[in-house]
Design a protein around this ligand. Structure first.
Ligand code: B3K
Ligand code: ZN
Length: 836
């Protein structure tokens, strides 16, 4: 298992400019005939990639040749300057359990080629800097035959836009579509289709609506219009990730397409909106301008996540969206950055590239774009991005190409800023402020912690947005951005009285802020800050301090804090979605991470107990108000997935959770019976599971057995809301359920992912049974689907946080996995990095 290094990048000596493919589809023996139009660009051998192919014939300019094949490579020596290489191979889509390349899901053929799946379809230069036009012919009796580009005849497709292999797609099946059209700003009529299996046709309208809004938004905000006459989306049940941006033929995990009020929650609707937008936006940031090599992955992913976040802020509430994005960043990326899997936004080496589709590349990559925009301003950003599109359309680019557009368009020097791409680890920013004799002083210090392979770090360029309030809560200095570049800096201001500092407004940089503050000042920010992120953050800090103080102790929670919580909960002028966020306590994993940062070994059971204790105190404080508050959250008329009603349902669900602490589930039972949509039903279901209701799971199952996506929720909820001492047994029992299917990644994640992500006290059972159960499954899954086992293995990335006994138990499981014969490249790289 050889590592690939960024520094070794070299362009290909012979490239492919056009690909002509014919597929004779068969589940066991699909024939793929390829004609590659090749051109020499420099001296050297042509080395093609192929994996799990049965090679039948190879010909150069029509003459059959005996190819030199070494493992997964075919080497062509002394190739002429221009030639056509023909190959014929056989593959077995039905046996493809890795879900990479061409496979079958729910009776339909589909493909997943990013990052290196195309080589499992045919011999090719399977790398993103080789961009070719494609002609595709699909031979099959199936009624719907799709590929990239425009349809020339039934089953015959031509993609005029040069693209790398990873954007290739093919779908064939018995499918039905919701069809619509969109006319671009350039006057192009585009046929839009969302393809699903018969039976699912009533559940596509939200995805279609999101697609049309995405197309309009990208024209309006980025000036980018669509460039083909058709845009197809296909929903498949078995999929390793969320979705894939193949040119003109996006393939989606069905959970991010299908929605109806009865079957999907508000969170599902929001995810559909965001992911449809994300994949669509890739058409320009990823497809038209792609990555030179896989080290540049953040060039398309960080930027496209940033764009989908902007889109969601425009479609929904800016404040709520930003807070949610920061919560995700902290929960996934800060966690990654603090452990053995920490890596730069642009990694310098990898063994298996699929292991680097991470929160760091995606979410921190998006933060880096957001910081750039803050530094150069909105107009500068627009100029730089316009230059990027104009200069690099049709090219495979690097981070350097991207930054050069900013340096030229905005006349800035980004040499220090570039460290964000190469230095891993979350910077700690320490802020101390003081007031003396009319002078207010802010002292700032930054430290970037060591990460694997990077013991010493240089100071970063960190945009710190801040504002100042007076002690009555009025803003006396509006938001300004200070770009910190030194390890230590200070700012001074002349003022009549001591102000209250609102620091890191809008979460202006992906850093950990250490800014001690008196409770009264935090309470002021919570009540009055004009920056909604800092308002929420003040409440979160207060809650975290109290929870941490309560861990392992039986301390009463102070009235000031509970009063502030109650004031927010009952503030009818504030957005219900914001109130729901402000009432939610930091997660168990968040608390464990904070304790570890502070040098304290986290105890998962004590954290669980402290959170329950705080929730009980909140419930008691709010008890008399809850029924009226929940009534005020009632929505009028039909279920509407948009943010306004979703916010009311979110607040209502938060309150129902608290009420369950008081009434043992009586209100939740009524809510379950009354629910006319899946959001309310799942909220009540969770409460009832936590209250120990014995019959609700069976009732849910008999109502929804027939529905795969709803049953995923049923599996996940039971594990998530089990009492910690039962969680592993519940998970075990569910993996033995007749509807548990290890070949379906969604179903696997709904049990194994829920155990580690949503029930940490259960997973970390002191006797190690959670670790053993989990490791057994990683090994079993690895033989079928290495991308899935490798992804799931990240549950162990926090193992060094825990006590010596737990570390020994986990370490034994990691050793056992590492010692297993035939481990995939994916999982063995992950386990190696996690063990450190
Ligand atoms: N580009 C794909 C992710 C591919 C993951 C390959 N293991 C989806 C996305 O980010 O839009
Ligand atoms: Zn993406």
């Amino acid at each position: 298992n050889q590592a690939v290094h960024l520094k070794d990048y070299a362009p290909v000596p012979v490239t492919v400019t056009h690909v002509d493919l014919t597929f004779r589809l068969d589940p066991q023996a699909t024939r793929v005939l390829a004609r590659l139009t090749c051109e020499r660009r420099g001296p050297g051998d042509m080395v093609l990639d192929g994996e799990a192919l049965r090679t039948i014939r190879v010909a150069l300019d029509g003459a059959e040749i005996a190819p030199e094949i070494e493992g997964d490579r075919m080497i062509l020596r002394d190739a002429p300057d221009a030639f056509v290489l023909e190959t014929e191979v056989e593959i077995a889509p039905e046996r493809n359990t890795e879900l990479s390349g061409l496979y079958i899901s729910g009776g339909m053929y589909c493909t997943q080629c990013e990052a290196e799946g195309f080589r499992r379809i045919t011999w090719m230069l399977d790398r993103p800097d080789v961009m070719a036009t494609y002609d595709v012919r699909i031979e099959s009796d199936l009624p719907v035959l799709l590929s990239n580009g425009d349809e020339v005849a039934q089953g015959v497709w031509r993609d005029p836009w040069p693209k790398p292999t990873y954007l290739f797609a093919l779908v064939a099946g018995d499918l039905v579509a919701e069809a619509d059209t969109f006319t671009t700003s350039e006057g192009r009529e585009v046929a839009l289709n969302v393809w699903v299996r018969p039976g699912d046709e009533g559940r596509t309208s939200y995805a279609m609506d999101a697609l049309k809004r995405s197309m309009a938004w990208d024209e309006r905000v980025y000036g980018r219009a669509y460039d083909l006459s058709v845009f197809n989306i296909v929903a498949v049940d078995d999929f390793n990730m969320g979705a894939m941006e193949n040119k003109g033929l996006n393939i989606f995990n069905s959970r991010y397409v299908l929605a109806s009020p009865e079957t999907a929650t508000d969170a599902d609707y929001a995810n559909i909106e965001r992911i449809v937008a994300h994949e669509y936006f890739h058409n320009w940031t990823g497809n038209r301008i792609t990555c030179r090599d896989w080290f540049q992955l953040c060039l398309k992913e960080g930027l496209t996540v940033f764009r989908d976040q902007q889109f969601m802020q425009d479609m929904r509430s800016q404040a709520v969206q930003r807070i949610g994005d920061v919560m995700t960043l902290r929960a996934r990326q800060f966690r990654e950055d603090a452990g053995p899997l920490a890596h730069p936004v642009r990694p310098e080496s990898f063994v298996e590239i699929n292991n680097f589709y991470t929160a760091t590349v995606y979410e921190k990559g998006a933060e880096v774009i957001g910081m750039l925009r803050r530094i150069v301003g909105a107009e500068g950003y627009d100029r730089a991005v316009a230059l990027y599109f104009a200069r690099h359309d049709g090219e495979a680019c690097t981070v350097e190409d991207w930054l050069a557009c900013f340096e030229e368009a905005c006349d800035v020097d980004l040499a220090q800023f570039k460290l964000w791409y190469s230095q891993a680890g979350t910077p700690h920013v320490e802020v101390r402020d003081s007031f003396n004799d009319g002078l207010y002083r802010i002292d700032m210090k930054q430290v970037v912690p060591p990460t694997p392979g990077q013991p010493d770090k240089a100071p970063m360029a960190i945009p710190l947005a801040f504002g100042l309030l007076d002690t009555a809560g009025n803003e006396i200095r509006e938001t300004e951005v200070h770009v910190m570049t030194q390890a230590e800096e200070h700012l001074t201001f002349e003022m009549a009285e001591r102000p209250v500092l609102s620091m890191l407004r809008g979460f202006s940089g992906p850093v950990m802020l250490d800014h001690p503050m008196e409770d009264v000042d935090r309470l002021r920010l919570l009540a009055q800050d004009t920056d909604p992120f800092c308002r929420w953050e003040a409440g979160r800090r207060l809650a975290k301090e109290r929870l941490i103080a309560a861990i392992g102790e039986d301390v009463a929670l102070d009235a000031d804090w509970l009063d502030a919580v109650a004031a927010l909960a009952t503030d009818a002028t504030a957005d219900p979605a914001f109130r729901a966020l402000a009432l939610a306590l930091p997660s168990e994993d968040d608390l464990a991470g904070s304790l570890h940062e502070a040098g304290v070994v986290p105890d998962p059971d004590a954290i669980y107990a402290a959170r329950r204790h705080a929730q009980m105190a909140m419930a008691e404080r709010l008890s008399s108000a809850i029924p009226a508050l929940r009534d005020a959250c009632a929505t009028a008329g039909q279920y509407d997935p948009r943010a306004e009603d979703a916010g009311k349902r979110a607040l209502s669900a938060t309150l129902l959770r608290l009420q369950t602490f008081l009434d043992g589930g009586a209100a939740a039972r009524a809510a379950y019976d009354a629910a006319d949509n899946m959001t309310d039903r799942m909220a009540a279901f969770a409460c009832l599971l936590e209250a120990g209701d014995e019959s609700v799971a069976a009732r849910f199952e008999s109502d929804w057995r027939h529905d795969r996506l709803v049953m995923d929720k049923w599996f996940a909820a039971q594990v998530s809301h089990a009492a910690p001492r039962d969680a592993v047994d519940v998970a075990k029992r569910l993996t033995a359920h007749s509807l548990f299917d290890p070949a379906n990644p969604n179903r696997v994640r709904s049990v194994l992912g829920a155990l580690t992500a949503a029930n940490p006290a259960g997973f970390h059972a002191p006797d190690g049974r959670g670790y053993r159960f989990y490791a057994d499954w990683l090994l079993r899954l690895d033989g079928m689907n290495p991308q899935l086992s490798a992804r799931l293995s990240t549950a162990f990335e926090t193992w060094r946080r825990y006590d010596a006994d737990r570390q020994a138990l986990i370490s034994a499981q990691l050793d056992r996995i590492a010692a297993t014969d035939g481990l995939s490249r994916d999982l063995s790289e992950m386990i190696g990095r996690i063990r450190g």
